[in-house]
Design a protein around this ligand. Structure first.
Ligand code: SF4
Length: 147
């Protein structure tokens, strides 16, 4: 029975902005056992792979959902709408599978839990959740990074 929604890149899918995966043996094992469903919010939103790196500017995922912050790529293009759409699709997938917990990729502007980059594209971290993590949390789903 499916228990977890997991970031697809943790499950070995090469869907990150740079066309790579971020494979976690823990997550691959969960998917192979049928207990986790992999999902990539950014790919689901229609963004291509590879794609420009993106960060949240002037806030975190909660602020993006509230219209108080934006997601932009490193050339300044606004991709806020795609990130929100991807988060909503992730929540739909979580609800369809009845999952109560998500295991998500650290520091991603979509999947980050508790820590993200600050929007400067300088590798500076700040406290906060990505847009998908924030939407799942708002809907009562536990989110965490892999062990
Ligand atoms: Fe991985 Fe999440 Fe980024 Fe997709 S949106 S590449 S699943 S971190």
């Amino acid at each position: 029975m499916v228990k977890f929604l997991v970031s697809a890149c943790l499950a070995g899918v090469p869907c990150r902005y740079d066309g790579a995966a971020k494979t976690s043996p823990e997550i691959v094992a969960l998917v192979e056992s049928g207990r986790a469903v992999p999902f990539c919010a950014e790919v689901a939103s229609g963004l291509s792979t590879p794609r420009r790196p993106a960060e949240i500017v002037d806030g975190d995922g909660e602020a993006v959902l509230d219209g108080r912050a934006r997601v932009v790529d490193d050339r300044g293009s606004d991709v806020t709408a795609q990130f929100i759409a991807g988060a909503e699709l992730a929540f739909v997938a979580a609800r369809e599978h009845g999952v109560e917990e998500a295991v998500l990729t650290p520091r991603s502007p979509s999947c980050g839990c508790g820590e993200i980059y600050d929007g400067s594209f300088g590798g500076v971290r700040r406290a906060g959740n990505g847009v998908t993590a924030a939407l799942l949390l708002r809907n009562g789903i536990t989110v965490r990074s892999p062990d």
